[in-house]
Structures are given as structure tokens and as C-alpha cells.
Design a protein around this ligand. Structure first.
Ligand SMILES: [Zn+2]
Length: 205
């Protein structure tokens, strides 16, 4: 890896919006220095006309299918940061919650509590469309369970998998973080998001 090219990535430039083609569109690229993850490239595109936004993270130090596993057991652990790239899959096996990349997936940073709140918000959204009593009970139980986990800082395992190694966990306690290389078979099973920019290039050329 050439360090000069990394420094050059820290930049701002203008481009065309992949949605409305407006030229009032900016790309900001930065190298973020997280502890234990020094070469995290952050990429943000935003269009001031149609308000389309796209974020992503690329870990310049890792380029292989990777799984991080962490057991959050206390309030501090719950503050561990999650860096989710557009291809990251996030699972909480204890509560059966999973976030897989869909066609509009993009990158974000949150922490374990924030991720659980996000799942709770999605469940509340599902509740609006729930029709059977069984479904309503099941979703309400899930919402209540997340409150119990967050309020009590109950032990919960988080698993982050990424076929390109771009998603990461910045743990409160580094000694508890498990990192594994995924086998090719495991990596192939992971869903990947649609690369919006590849599509945009294809349609404009
Ligand atoms: Zn636009």
C-alpha cells in the first residue's frame, strides 16, 4: 500500500448525482483513524438537489472475508462501535436479529446499543403492518426484549461479517474481540449490496 495515495484520498470533489445527474453533488473522502483500525477509508456522496446520500467504508488494511465476534456484557461494552460497510451483515444470535445488505445498503457507524435500537425501530415499523394477533404478540415481545437487553446491559453476542473485510467492530475491550477469516464457502453465503456507483457508471457510459 502506497502511503502517498492514501493521503491523496483525503479530498473533496464534485461529481454528477447518480440519481438526478445534478452537478451540485459532492464526494468527500477521508481516512479515519480508529484505534486498531488505522486505515479506514470513509466515502460520502451527497446531492444538494435531490438529497440523495451514499456512505461507505473500506478497510484499506484488510481485504479478506472477515468475521468479528464480541460478547457485550456491561454498559461499557454496549458502547463498542460498529462500522458497517455496504456489504456488512450484522447478527445478534441471542435475539434472532439480523441485518443483511439490501439493494440500497450503505455504510454507517453506530454502537451496539444504537444497533439494537435500530432493530427495535424496524420492529415497530413491522408492527404497523402486522395483521394476525400472533404476529402482533411476537413483535411486541421482540420490542420488549430489546428494552430489557439495553436497560439491563444483558450479555449479548454480536457477529459482524463482511465478504471484503470492510465492516468492523471497535470494541470497548479489545481483548474480548474475536476476529476470524471466513472460508470462501462462508463468504459466498453472505449477501452483498448493490454497488450503486458501478450501476451509475454503467448507465452513463
Ligand atoms: Zn441528485
Amino acid at each position: 500500500m502506497n502511503s502517498l495515495s492514501i493521503e491523496n484520498l483525503d479530498s473533496e470533489m464534485e461529481t454528477n448525482c447518480p440519481v438526478c445527474e445534478s452537478k451540485n453533488t459532492k464526494i468527500v473522502q477521508k481516512i479515519l483513524d480508529f484505534p486498531h483500525f488505522p486505515q479506514m477509508w470513509f466515502y460520502n456522496l451527497s446531492c444538494s438537489d435531490c438529497h440523495f446520500k451514499y456512505n461507505d467504508f473500506i478497510n484499506l488494511a484488510i481485504n479478506e472475508p472477515t468475521r468479528y465476534t464480541y460478547l457485550a456484557e456491561n454498559k461499557d461494552d454496549y458502547t463498542s462501535k460498529i462500522i458497517r460497510s455496504s456489504n456488512g451483515t450484522i447478527r445478534f444470535p441471542n435475539i434472532g436479529a439480523i441485518l443483511e445488505p439490501g439493494p440500497k445498503a450503505d455504510g454507517f457507524i453506530t454502537n451496539i446499543e444504537g444497533m439494537l435500537r435500530d432493530f427495535q425501530g424496524k420492529a415497530e415499523f413491522l408492527l404497523r403492518d402486522a395483521t394476525t394477533e400472533e404476529e402482533i404478540i411476537r413483535i411486541n415481545e421482540f420490542i420488549k426484549m430489546i428494552d430489557e437487553y439495553i436497560n439491563g446491559n444483558l450479555p449479548i453476542e454480536i457477529v459482524i461479517e463482511d465478504p471484503f473485510g470492510n465492516s468492523s467492530l471497535i470494541p470497548f475491550d479489545q481483548s474480548k474481540l474475536k476476529k476470524q477469516r471466513l472460508s470462501n464457502k462462508e463468504a459466498e453465503k453472505l449477501k452483498t449490496g448493490l454497488m450503486i456507483f458501478e450501476d451509475a457508471q454503467n448507465t452513463s457510459s
